[in-house]
Design a protein around this ligand. Sequence first.
Ligand code: UDP
Ligand code: MG
Length: 308
Amino acid sequence: MNKLVSVVIPAFNEAESLVVIIDRLEKVFNNTNYDVEFILVDDGSKDKTLSILKTMAKVKTNLFYIEFSRNFGHQLALKAGLDKANGDCVISLDADLQHPPELIIDMLAKWEEGYDVVYTRRQEDKTLPYRKRKSSIWFYKLLNALSSIDIEQGTADFRLMDRKVVDVFRDFEENEPFVRGLVKWMGFQQVAIDYLPSKRYAGSSKYNLKKMMHFALHGVTSFSIRPLYTAVYLGFIFSVLSILYVPYVLYAFCNHIEVDGWASTIMTIVFFGGLQLIILGIIGIYIGKMFMQTKNRPNYIIKSTNLY
Ligand code: UDP
Ligand code: MG
């Protein structure tokens, strides 16, 4: 019996890429002794993504689709695919062909060597817009500085996971899973492979600056409460600094020195007003997370699927 490999692909408005990526993947697997199943998650696409998937599923018996009731986001689409995958290992990649399917051969080889997780590291792509490159570098810097896990630069959701890892992951009921962090956090035997990303085949990136900001903040706050400690330390530092200011105030008072305190007063108010709002915001994010989690809602809703 051949081993079964599941390939999970989240797709949000990726109609143009689907036929091509399945074709490339099939070519890769034709040269191996593995059976393969494709699980494509339509994350509430507005274009023809779903109808193309349905058409493909009619002719390919190993292609399955999951239709979400609306857009739930990349991470949850990925989670849904992993939840339903049956393979001895599961490989996830993006639909836009930025993750070269041919790398899967190397990933499978590492898996056969005994690794439980084979993740990939994107090498810097000079053709990517400057903003995207820099924001990605800062994203990982911030993430690692502020949280207790170390995620390497350029690790996206292009990875292979062994059955036993996927089984553990299935039981995670986090409201907004941050998949790359959770996988790293789980441990097991992990190994990295480097690759050069390709250009997006069609369509455009679904992550704009605002979404990336949210993703970064979310990544940090779902992994550690270190920002809360940072807030306490900041408060502490400024309290000490303000105590140092007391002798000067007393001196000025005793010597009846008249001060034009307008500028410094306003600056102080503005500065500390901002600082307090930021810290309140940080606390708010954590409370918000607890609020969402206590509601215990399903993380995603499947509208239709051709999975058994
Ligand atoms: N995606 C998704 N739901 C979303 C946004 C993105 O399923 O709400 C999918 C998208 O179709 C792609 C993958 O997630 O397969 C990565 O998205 P994208 O390529 O836009 O991100 P980037 O590579 O620009 O970081
Ligand atoms: Mg992409």
